[in-house]
Write a protein that binds this ligand. Structure first.
Ligand code: HEC
Length: 187
């Protein structure tokens, strides 16, 4: 009778039980740092793609692409359970200011005492996730100190309150953020 329960079957049963347990746990527990980083990826990848795609048409085309695509991607990737965005102490888009829940992490990045991503439990039950952004060589044409005249003109016309120039290579530029909101339980 018991001969039908081979070690192989036991292993399969155990494995499927563990899997069910893991799935169940992940449905109920707040997301881990790795899961949050994974959730943020589409926003980062699509933004980078939009910038690189724009740059094939030159700096001004890329500027237009950023202006159009950054807010559009942010809106489209935001749902009832996830919000994404960018924030900076020196924003170009005035909508990208540092929100109170990001302040402590942001200050650490700004004064250089920290440079690692952070997972935060927020007061409203959501889980926050933040990654610092640093200036790379390709950013300087739009965020550096020496700008082409047409880039300056574009910024004056489209971002009259721009604070996002004068950065140097390696400077802390701002952060990516994500808020994971727990789904509402059925009443
Ligand atoms: C072609 C010009 C261009 C390049 C190159 C560029 N940016 Fe930007 N960046 C912009 C524009 C335009 C915005 C404002 C987008 C908007 O309206 O939301 C912006 C916004 C940002 C923001 C959001 C905060 C804010 O200031 O509003 C961050 C962070 C940022 N850029 C970082 C970078 C980094 C890092 C690089 C290099 C990897 C880079 N940018 C390259 C044009 C550029």
């Amino acid at each position: 009778m018991l001969s039908s329960v081979t070690p192989r079957k036991v292993i399969i049963l155990l494995a499927s039980g563990l899997l069910a347990f893991a799935l169940n746990a992940s449905a109920q527990q707040p997301p881990s740092e790795a899961q949050l980083a994974e959730q943020l990826k589409p926003f980062k990848v699509l933004l980078k793609g939009a910038l690189q795609n724009g740059l094939t048409g030159g700096t001004l085309a890329a500027m237009e692409a950023c202006q159009l695509m950054a807010p559009a991607l942010q809106t489209n990737l935001t749902s009832a359970v996830v919000e994404v965005g960018r924030a900076s102490h020196r924003p170009r888009n005035p909508a990208n200011t540092v929100q109170p829940w990001m302040q402590a992490a942001h200050q650490g990045y700004l004064n250089g005492s920290d440079s690692s991503p952070q997972r935060l439990e927020l007061a409203d039950g959501a889980t926050g996730y933040i990654e610092p952004i640093y200036v790379q060589p390709g950013c300087l044409q739009c965020h550096g100190s020496v700008l082409a005249p047409e880039v300056r003109d574009y910024l004056t016309a489209n971002y009259p309150a721009d604070q996002a120039t004068g950065f140097a290579l390696g400077d802390y530029r701002g952060l990516f953020w994500l808020k994971s909101i727990p789904p509402k339980r059925p009443q």
